[in-house]
Design a protein around this ligand. Structure first.
Ligand SMILES: [Zn+2]
Ligand SMILES: [Zn+2]
Length: 140
């Protein structure tokens, strides 16, 4: 379940990105990829680390813990399903749908995602990677 601790925008964005990246990464590279100032990213990483979602020590690589992996894949699945829904119902362009979906992913309840999955006959238990057209997701 997504809980209140995951409702912060930047935390969600970083978790979603780490799921996509699929391997350890330098914090400087996250800042570059997501276009987040280093100071903001550092406080986000500190919070994620405090919640045991990532392992990060200064000057070391950032890595998801298994708990973090669960949270990140859950969030990313929300992102994929919302993105598909926005494109299908509103015909939003890929880039707009992608950004809006990442923004919304941690804010909607799982029951909404389930309702969208029901509408399109998507499996609810597995992760629907193929629904994001903006990133080339590795096979997890
Ligand atoms: Zn996307
Ligand atoms: Zn959910």
């Amino acid at each position: 379940m997504l809980d209140g601790t995951l409702l912060k925008e930047k935390e969600n964005q970083v978790l979603d990105f780490l799921f996509y990246w699929g391997r350890p990464i330098r914090s400087g590279d996250i800042a570059k990829e997501l276009n987040i100032p280093h100071s903001t990213l550092n406080s986000v990483l500190k919070r994620l680390s405090k919640e045991s979602l990532i392992i990060w020590e200064k000057y070391r690589l950032v890595n998801l813990t298994s708990e973090g992996m669960d949270a990140a894949s859950h969030l990313s699945n929300h992102h994929f399903v919302i993105e598909f829904f926005l494109k299908d119902t509103l015909n939003l362009p890929d880039e707009e749908a992608h950004l809006q979906a990442i923004h919304l992913a941690g804010r909607v309840k799982c029951s909404l995602i389930d309702a969208i999955c029901d509408k399109y006959n998507f499996p609810k238990t597995s992760i629907n990677f193929n629904l994001c057209k903006r990133r080339d997701y590795p096979q997890h």
